[in-house]
Ligand binder design. Structure first.
Ligand code: 5AD
Ligand code: SF4
Length: 436
């Protein structure tokens, strides 16, 4: 049996898809790259912004007609759009066999079996008080160096623009025992780098009495032999505690890199977003982190054209990125999400204005990103070599601790090794170097 898996959205969704792959591998399914060969098609969706949703409908337009020729084909939709639309999605899309929500991944194999035996469509979008799928261990191909480990999911913050609390549910943390056991196993299988995932990792453990806090968890991961690099995403600026800041000084495997979404540089907009911090609070955290380690590379998410965003608010956002000097900013036009407060705000910004502001924003951030890279010319960086570069030949690629991509040449295959590379040239989104 063949499984075709299509994934939209964030790293969390990618990790969920890896879990599905491992569940179906146990049921005898092999992953295929061509959907025409599939017996089971799973689309793992995202609803954070508008576009990914449209993507689902065009994908279903591609896959559902295949059922006319292949009666064995089962089509399932999961993830945030499935959670949000539930039964409505089934009504809208005749022939869609399965709709499964963000808490139902572990139930998916049984739902597929049920469709195969009864032919009846299946729906499971219940929120559970515990989420068993968090403990499913994804499969990694031999030789993989980096693994993603979901430590919590959901969010209690209810930022006014965000659909996540509605589609992922409330914050729920996995037990630290399960997390640490998984990471030890990964280390034994050759994984050298882990990325801890959650909508709001700073809230890790707060829901479970006696559980480690996030900084305490990081300290335990730091002790696991074989794990050389630790990263995490996403953390909320308002929850960036002194303990977490100190971790960047104390934990030798914690990488000098942090994704800390600012969302807007205007206090007025931040307040209407319900973010719980001002620009000054944010800059203070950045400053403290830089004091602990001046090498820390920052990245952010930014929403352009939030309701009521004036030209002055927008200028403040531009000023904020000039001050923080992010390596990378994921910037998005504001997109009203059904059921969220901001979608009902009367002062929505015109599409053309959003578009123009986004263009200006991205041009400035591109400049800043390039300047950051150029500053590294001449420095020597520790690279974890991930494999051959796209160009092939004797070219290899790896990443610095701050997560910058470096290409270099070597006659020898250094995959999986740490090497010192002198940076010779900054390109648009990556660095070139030579073995030092
Ligand atoms: N419109 C635009 N961007 C959004 N994000 C979340 N909700 C919206 C929305 N309604 C962005 C935020 C968040 C990232 C994952 O997606 O910047 O940090
Ligand atoms: Fe959404 Fe805000 Fe929660 Fe992030 S912190 S997932 S933006 S509600």
């Amino acid at each position: 049996m063949n499984l075709y898996l299509e994934t939209y959205g964030c790293q969390m969704n990618v990790n969920d898809s890896q879990k599905m792959e491992s569940l179906f591998a146990a049921e005898g399914y092999a992953l295929v790259a061509d959907f025409r060969r599939a017996d089971l098609i799973v689309i793992n969706t995202c609803s954070v912004r508008e576009k990914p949703e449209q993507k689902l409908f065009s994908a279903l337009g591609r896959y559902l007609p295949l059922k006319r020729r292949n009666s064995r084909l089962v089509v399932a939709v999961g993830g945030c759009v499935a959670q949000q639309w539930g039964a409505e999605l089934q009504q809208k899309c005749p022939g869609l066999d399965i709709v499964f929500g963000t808490h139902a991944i572990d139930a998916l194999p049984a739902m597929v079996r049920e469709v195969r035996s009864s032919g009846r469509p299946q729906l499971d979008t219940a929120f559970r008080s515990s989420i068993p799928s968090l403990d499913i261990i994804p499969r990694y191909a031999a030789g993989t160096l980096t693994a993603f480990v979901t430590i919590m999911q959901g969010c209690n913050n209810f930022c006014s623009y965000c659909i996540v609390p509605y589609v992922r549910g409330r914050e729920y943390s996995r037990s630290s025992a399960a997390i640490l056991a998984e990471i030890r196993q990964l280390a034994e299988n050759g994984i050298r780098e882990v990325v801890l995932l959650g909508q709001n990792v700073n809230s890790y453990g707060l829901q479970n009495e006696g559980e480690f806090s996030f900084p305490q968890l990081l300290a335990r991961v730091n002790e696991i032999r074989g794990i050389e690099r630790i990263r995490f995403t996403t953390s909320h600026p308002k929850d960036m505690s002194p303990e977490l800041i100190a971790a960047f000084a104390d934990l030798d495997h914690l990488c000098p890199q942090i994704h800390l979404p600012l969302q807007s540089g205007s206090d007025r907009v931040l307040a209407r977003m319900g973010r719980g911090y001002s620009l000054a609070d944010y800059l203070d955290k950045v400053e403290r982190l830089r004091r602990v380690n001046p090498e820390i590379a920052f990245s952010s998410d930014m929403i352009i054209g939030f309701p009521g965003e004036s030209d002055e608010d927008f200028q403040q956002t531009l000023e904020a990125i000039r001050r923080v000097r992010y390596d990378t900013v994921y910037s998005f036009k504001y997109s009203p999400r059904p059921g969220t407060r901001a979608a009902t705000f009367p002062d929505q910004v015109e599409e053309a204005v959003k578009k123009e502001r986004l263009r200006i924003f991205q041009a400035l951030q591109d400049e800043i990103s390039s300047e950051n890279l150029r500053k590294l010319e001449g420095s020597v960086q520790d690279i974890l070599v991930s494999g051959p570069a796209k160009r092939g030949g004797d070219q290899w690629v790896g990443r610095t601790g701050a997560n910058r991509i470096v290409n270099f040449s070597s006659p020898e295959n250094l995959t999986g090794r740490f090497v010192a590379v002198r940076i010779t040239r900054a390109l648009r989104h990556s660095l070139r170097g030579e073995l030092a």
